[in-house]
Design a protein around this ligand. Structure first.
Ligand code: DX5
Ligand code: ZN
Length: 229
């Protein structure tokens, strides 16, 4: 696997202080900012759109340059939002395989707009969706909870899917300089992150496990220690 990365999900941050919260987790060792977009249609919850991303990207590019904003679309349809978030400074945009009529076209759109891109797999969704689009994918994002809320428990069956994704990725990148990340999202904690890493994940989204603790540095430090990173 590639260097493991910690990507705090701002869903559990104090929204009245979003910029400060992002700077605090970055100073505590976070490498990506995970930006959860919910539309009250694909998932039964509603968060934020491109203007919030643009404001955050502007602030972080000045205060903490080089930290990518990883946009996770839990929305349907996706194409207009891909345009909006690419414009708003997203470094990567992932969306759910079932949430667009034309998966290949939506992946190509995000790529053409200069973003890294990837598909997100719900707990019951098969990795079969990858088969014909792997050349357009930078991130395979495995949901280890049902999307829509922070603070849920890790679904153990996801470990088998992560291992399956790892086999696919190793086969595809072998002998090339391609990087395909395997990102795990939902219920990641200090005490299960090592098992998730052992299964083959390299990018760890964690919302409540980080933002609901008092000392972000201690929490992210403990996660990295569990990863030997
Ligand atoms: C769930 C979101 C996750 C969520 C993770 O729909 O995609 O990113 O915020 O939160 P925790 O880490 O609390 O499970
Ligand atoms: Zn997410």
């Amino acid at each position: 696997p590639f260097t493991p990365l910690i990507a705090p999900s701002i869903l559990s941050a104090d929204m009245t202080r979003l910029g400060d919260e992002c700077e605090a987790v970055i100073d505590a060792g976070a490498q990506w900012i995970h930006f959860d977009v919910m539309d009250n249609h694909y998932v039964p919850n509603l968060t934020f759109g491109p203007p919030v991303c643009a404001a955050l990207a502007k602030r972080l590019s000045a205060s903490r340059p080089g930290i990518p904003i990883d946009v996770h679309l839990m929305c349907e349809p996706v194409d207009d939002l891909i345009r909006g978030f690419a414009e708003a400074g997203a470094a990567s945009i992932t969306f759910h395989a079932e949430a667009t009529r034309h998966v290949d076209r939506s992946l190509a759109l995000a790529r053409d707009l200069g973003c890294k891109t990837g598909l997100v797999f719900n707990p019951a969704t098969s990795l079969e969706w990858l088969k014909y689009v792997l050349d357009k994918i930078d991130i395979i994002q495995i949901m280890s909870v049902n999307p829509g809320f922070g603070g849920q428990s890790f679904i153990t069956e996801s470990l088998a899917k992560i291992a399956e994704a790892r086999e696919i990725v190793d086969m595809v990148v072998q002998g090339t300089d391609r990087e395909i990340r395997i990102e795990v999202d939902g219920g990641v904690k200090i005490d299960n992150i090592a098992d998730i890493y052992a299964a083959g994940a390299d990018t760890f989204v964690a919302g409540s496990a980080i933002f609901k603790t008092d000392d972000y540095g201690e929490t992210i430090g403990a996660m990295k220690q569990a990863l030997n990173a």
